[in-house]
Design a protein around this ligand. Sequence first.
Ligand SMILES: [Zn+2]
Length: 497
Amino acid sequence: MRRFLTTIFCCISLLSAGTAFAEPVKCLAKVTKLSNKQIISLAEQGYDIARRGVDFAEVVLDKEQVNAFVYKGHPVKIIIEDLDQYVKKVKAAQNKIDAYYTYATMEKQLKAWAEKYPEICVLESVGKSHEDRDIWALKISDNPNKNEPEPAALIMGAHHAREWPSIEVPMATAKLLLTEYASNEEIKTLVDNREVWIVPMVNPDGVVFSMEKSKYWRKNRRNNGGSYGVDPNRNYGYQWGVSGSSSSPSSDTYKGPAPFSEPETQTMKKLVEREKFQGSISFHTYSELILYPFSYAYNVDNPDRKVFVQMANDMARFNKYSVKNSADLYPAAGECDDFMYGENKMLSFTFELCSTFIPAATQIPVFNELNVPAVIYLIDKVGTYGLVTPAGRDELIESLNLESARRAIVDNVNLFAGEGNVAMRNEVLKQLEKISQRTAELVCEDLRKGDSTSWQSIKGTPQAGLAISFIRNRVLFENAHEKDLYREDLIEEIKNS
Ligand SMILES: [Zn+2]
């Protein structure tokens, strides 16, 4: 009880200084003794929930809201007293070496990379923000100026302005791909066989406002007339507004006047529809979570759940984060992944980085090191798992090389062997058949040249049974119609395999 009273007293004294400002001072507070239903209801009312547990939520609140919780019998513990001051402190503690990217330094770095590595990257302004800033996208691939039929991944940061670490991981990923390309065979293979798009700052106006004014700011900078900002991560058009977002313009989770009303979300929509990605990660802070769709409601059927769960668990091996279905945290509609997956069939994930909104800049290398390998994993797997989802298009399969086709077969057969869901199994089998046909085509090409290396590699892959039978049928059929196409000893070996 004493602790309870102290908490009330603290809250009141802490927050009373905020009345001089037009916008109330906000704190980060842990509200306890909450039921799951109450936490969901907070999300429904538009509260900005940073993290939740079974019976508590860490929420961004002003003084009045803190008092209201206490009054209703929910003990409140203040984690960060004044969030604007908190931002100011993190900013002031930076130095030349340990510093978060700003809009200006990000732009400068992206331009420098584009100039230094023109053979493997190209920088494009894919759209403009409310305040007319460029939304930059760096494409990394061999032949970057051509749109090649290669599996594609989209890596995004800073939908939410104050979540500065979310800019860092995409930038660190770009740096790794570019600087290691010449010396690291695995990175080279990845870059050569994928198209990677990095958009480190989806919401540049919000980031600039947050950093330059030391404001604890989440949304973009739309002028609502009397208040500012739409939450870009509630403004995507898939199931927009059905849950967990606010209609009130002053709310931190304001969904906007209409789906895709914002230039920032329109920009991402245009890019996604143009590039046809197979997978994506959208970075946020905080909670140390990997989330997968759907977000807008509980228990929505996700036909690709098996792939999502496998990939999320694999990525969690790198950063030790917890894996969750997005809505199980609390339903929130109009967010990025629901559109990416729901509308575009991408394997879309959200990472909630770190255990606080903006860790000290000295922590940047630490969270980068934990998370960049997970991003590399995703970029790789859009070319295997990504091919059996509805986003895996025929031209991607038809342009696979032998090693990529073999890996796609291995990954998917391993995951779907014994799959009980008939509809899912049939979908996967359809794609696997195409990949196996492509494999057979490549192997037969080599065999006709008298080279059996690729045949040996497929023969030694236990998952490739379907491809092997396609090769056998093809060799025997073609041999029956045209003699001397294949060497006699190879025909014998294939016949008996
Ligand atoms: Zn966020």
